[in-house]
Design a protein around this ligand. Structure first.
Ligand code: RIB
Ligand code: CA
Length: 318
């Protein structure tokens, strides 16, 4: 699978890149950074740091510096000031390319129509910009996997929204309504099941090698945040699960829903909206948000033991 990665590393983004680097059937063709966990330029530096660590040779393009229609908000309180749990280390050897992440995405999609899969692990600003630059993008990409949203689950950064959709609701709504024929949404409904607990963290801590050492530094910080927030030792592997589902869809079950994103709610901006009424008939109001949109495949249940095993095996690779 040839993949364009759009990402805001970010601790779990970095773990997702490490997961992909260990998969023989995954080739990261290009990376785009986006604001979210950290500002976009730092996200690009961190993407370079991680791909250099795991031996991925791919261009990194700096993406959108801020959301489409709100001020920049970042999440260093989760991922650390350097975005990598204080483990960023030395500057990367490489430099970002000159084109933007959205331009890179459009250029590659046009160059290889029907061949590339987009994995979006941050706010969807770059993807939205790419759709505005190239309205045929939904036809040019082979498939899209998005980590973001919460369809029938609570949010995380707010009670109603996950961080990726909260950080750019307009972009998320534009992408979900753009007509991508093969879009899988791996939202908190699925990722909140992907909890790495104390036993798994302890097992990973015994792994040798530079990659495992770096991953353990990330996990130590991430689990520390979760333990402080929730009182239990562990952390949620949002982005690695989305990467794993992209390569192995049988890890999850799905339902198809037409989705929209709340843009005007005082408290609910970023919330995912869908019409889940059992029978939508003329007796009911049917002009709901998302009505008439191409349905999206929403991940629901997850084979968590198999995913955690795959993630553990990926971190054994040196
Ligand atoms: O809500 C979780 C998502 O927001 C993950 O992608 C995490 O990295 C943050 O970007
Ligand atoms: Ca992310």
């Amino acid at each position: 699978m040839r993949i364009i990665l759009d990402t805001d590393p970010g601790v779990d983004d970095a773990l997702a890149i490490m997961y992909l680097a260990a998969q023989e059937d995954a080739e990261i063709v290009a990376v785009g950074s986006v604001h979210g966990n950290v500002p976009s330029p730092l996200a690009a530096q961190n993407a370079l740091r991680v791909i250099e660590l795991v031996g991925i040779d791919a261009p990194v393009a700096v993406g959108a510096a801020r959301p489409l229609a709100q001020p920049l908000q970042t999440a260093e309180f989760v991922h650390g000031a350097d975005g990598l749990g204080g483990r960023a280390g030395a500057a990367p050897r490489g430099k970002p390319v000159s084109e933007s992440a959205a331009e890179q995405l459009v250029r590659l999609a046009r160059a290889e129509p029907g061949e590339l899969t987009l994995l979006a692990l941050g706010p969807l600003t770059n993807i939205a910009l790419a759709v505005l630059l190239e309205p045929d993008l939904p036809k040019l990409l082979r498939s899209v996997v998005v980590m973001g949203g919460a369809v029938s689950a609570p949010g995380n950064i707010t009670p109603y929204a996950d961080a990726n959709f909260f950080h750019d609701p307009e972009a998320a709504d534009l992408v979900l309504g753009a007509g991508f024929g093969d879009l899988t949404l791996v939202g908190l409904d699925a990722t909140e099941q992907a909890r790495a607990g104390d036993e798994w963290l302890t097992a990973v801590r015994t792994l040798p090698g530079a990659r495992a050492e770096f991953a353990n530094g990330l996990l130590e910080h991430y689990a520390g945040f979760y333990s402080q927030m929730f009182g239990t030792r562990g952390c949620t592997l949002h982005d690695p699960l989305a990467a794993a589902i992209m390569l192995d869809p049988k890890l999850a079950t799905y339902r198809e829903l037409s989705l929209a994103v709340e843009l005007t709610g005082t408290h609910t901006r970023g919330q995912v909206l869908s019409d889940q009424r059992p029978i939508a008939s003329d007796a009911y109001i049917t002009s709901t948000a998302g009505a008439g949109r191409v349905p999206v495949r929403v991940a629901e249940t997850v084979d968590v033991p198999r995913f955690l095993e795959q993630m553990y095996e990926a971190l054994k690779v040196s």
